[in-house]
Design a binder for this molecule. Sequence first.
Ligand SMILES: *[C@@H]1O[C@H](CO)[C@@H](O)[C@H](O)[C@H]1NC(C)=O
Length: 258
Amino acid sequence: MILILQLLLALSLSLRADGYNHYTVKDCITSSSDLSDLEYINTYYFNKDPYIQFNSTVGEFVGFTEFGVNNAERWNKGPEVQQERAELERYCKHNLPIYYSTILDKAVKPKIRLTSEKQASQGHPALLMCSAYGFYPPAIDVYWLRDGEKVTSDVVSTEEMADGNWYYQIHSHLEYTPTSGEKISCVVEHASSKKPIIVDWGGSFPDSDRDKIFIGASGFVLGIILSTAGFLYYKKKSPGQIRESSADIDPSGVLMSD
Ligand SMILES: *[C@@H]1O[C@H](CO)[C@@H](O)[C@H](O)[C@H]1NC(C)=O
């Protein structure tokens, strides 16, 4: 996975919805954390239209419109270009390690649960849900594979939802008609993991549910054995004897109020 980290700084002179918008976007682009291929780009926009750009690899301003070309010519002779050439060191190299350590390294892996929401029945497809819980940052990709192929239809996903504690959750539903021998998987891509996290659908129950059913069933059987043993022991100790209940509470008792 190539990581492109871009820092955008919008210096807006007018932010009114019905006004004009002049801003610059500063990108610090790198594909590795040692910043060896770092590039600094500063683009000036007026109402979405870029008209002049400084690119640290080029080393000077380039204009995209007549106005931009005129200004690029002027700025490339003046102090403006000197200042921009220092920005790779001053702005990108200084800030990127801070962003790495305060944002990127804080990534928390999602816990993933694959559940069956609805079994398939005559004419109705089954519904699977893939949920990712407790991840940070919110940017995430959740998608489905059917025999290794990405599923493009019958998928509905929620947005990333904030839990209110810096963690997020997301849910993706897949409607499908099961055919025997096919493999369905949920794939999650997130900053916390360099490789995509793949969870395979294991038939009717995912592993965790199967474990819970096993534990529950074992407890149920053990309960029956113990209560049967207890009952037999009780029958043996008191043959034919029926205990009287000794509830001798005075029915006219008056409760004290608090
Ligand atoms: C910056 O300029 C270099 C050299 O022309 C080019 O390879 C690179 O794609 C440019 N970067 C951007 C973001 O336009």
